[in-house]
Design a binder for this molecule. Sequence first.
Ligand code: R5P
Length: 313
Amino acid sequence: MKLISGTANQALATGIADVLDVPITSVDIKRFRDQEIFVRINENVRGEDIFLIQSTAAPANDHLMELLITIDALVRASAKRITAVIPYFGYARQDRKTGGRTPISAKLVANLISKAGADRVLTMDLHAGQIQGFFDIPTDNLFGQPVFEKDIKENFSRKERNKLLFVSPDTGGVVRTRSLAKMFDSDIAIVDKRRPKAGESEVMNIIGDVKDRNCILLDDIIDSGGTLCNAAQALMDQGAASVSAYITHGVLSDPAVERITNSIMSEVVITDTISQPDAVKKCDKIREVSVSTLLGEAIRRIANDESVSKLFG
Ligand code: R5P
């Protein structure tokens, strides 16, 4: 097995390499003056089982192109099998036509990755599970749930856990929320969210009794922070005792950090699928938990032809 990392999240790749006790293969990734990307793999990869780690987070197009070009370099270098490990799969929210004459970009990106020569995809908390079907190659979609479950057990006292309520910030996240709530024998509530236009969110209603409960909002993505901060405020207005959040992918576009800082939430926990700038690292209300062990174990299982679903019980 060989591990290769793109430039999107080298800290996570190093974490995965440590878990697997496998070094990261040396690669040169350079830019020409006009910003075209050039990749050279510095070791022989002929006949190797390759795991190429690259999240397609911002700048999404650059990171995606880097992924495609690296896959092409590996194909031409006669790698035996290439698994594109994409901890955060960008473009996932464009998974259907939202109006006339609009694209399904998630499908286009899936086609590009397969056409470039990837044999498998390993990703995490896809915005919609059905996106797996956009790929005509095997696609494993891991869940951040066990990482969150462990963190909640470590950070909430038994007394606080007795009053937990898991909240989905929109109807799309209900299955994910119910699944984590089950681990704590807890109820769920659902926020009835409306998007008057792209990038804006409005809370219409809360379904469920949130009074005096320690609410945990659960989502796959936090982008501008609007969905989460509006939902948190609505929960507090309805008498919640506290609100915190667990989110897999911290996209955190402006003004998310400012919104979180000024929000009534006690804490927002994100994973390290996306590399974060200093402004996020310095924010007292945002804490990062690592998914390197989970990804490392999934890679080990794929390499050894073992079950990946067993990781989730
Ligand atoms: C949408 O359905 C996703 O699950 C997230 O709720 C959304 O992408 C968050 O976006 P924002 O933070 O900009 O409201």
